[in-house]
Design a protein around this ligand. Structure first.
Ligand code: GTP
Ligand code: ZN
Length: 196
């Protein structure tokens, strides 16, 4: 693992290069990159990229943190977790909510850690389907629960102001693992509770 100092130098170099590229893009789209309103824009975009693409440095498996031994073997749901991700086809945002349900098997994670996992997984170029699969996969790997179900809703800006221009369209994706695969009563309980 690279030292913190090395990572800071690397990050500063990356920011400088991104700034230069954004300046070129401004010119290529027909802007005057030297006009006053745009002078700071390349640096702002570079800083913003660090934030919205911070998922590339996150170790998903560490995000769930310390687990607690607990004999709760019923459904646990953390719902309505906001996310803001970037579509890998157009590099414009898509956003919505993530709902996570799992049935523990002796271990539970801190509730905030599920929201941290959503943050980590969404902060990179993504597909909604892959994000849904990755969230369920990490929870299965780390907590080894009896089952997990993840539902994600998303509004894709690449379908709003451009292309097909359907700003009301919402995409819903789901992933089921373990008991949720065949236990329809459990799925229905999860769906009823996330809609309540
Ligand atoms: N499956 C999936 N598709 C996505 C996601 N985000 C964006 N897309 C789609 O990716 C597709 C890319 O299609 P292309 O035909 O290569 O690109 P395009 O010509 O810009 O397509 P239009 O958006 O239809 O104008 C589009 O249909 C988008 O709606 C996502 O998270 N999952
Ligand atoms: Zn897109």
């Amino acid at each position: 693992m690279a030292s913190k100092e090395y990572r800071n130098i690397q990050a500063a170099e990356n920011r400088e290069q991104i700034e230069a590229h954004i300046r070129s893009i401004l010119r290529l789209i027909g802007e005057d990159a030297d006009r006053e309103g745009l002078l700071e824009t390349p640096a702002r975009v570079a800083r913003m990229y660090e934030e919205i693409f911070s998922g590339y440095v996150a170790d998903y498996h560490e995000v769930l943190g310390v687990l607690f031994d607990e004999n709760h073997e019923e459904l646990v749901i953390v719902k309505d977790i906001d996310y803001f991700s970037q579509c890998e086809h157009h590099m414009v945002p898509f956003m919505g909510k993530v709902h996570i349900g799992y049935v523990p098997s002796g271990k539970v994670a801190g509730l905030s850690k599920f929201a941290r996992l959503v943050e980590a997984v969404s902060k990179k170029l993504q597909l909604q389907e892959r994000m849904t699969t990755e969230i369920s996969g990490v929870i299965m790997d780390v907590l080894a629960p009896k089952g997990v179900m993840v539902v994600v809703t998303g509004q894709h800006l690449c379908m709003c102001g451009r292309g097909v221009k359907k700003s009301g369209a919402v995409t819903v994706t789901s992933a089921t693992r373990g008991e949720f695969r065949h236990n329809y009563a459990l799925r229905n309980e999860f769906m009823a509770l996330i809609q309540s």
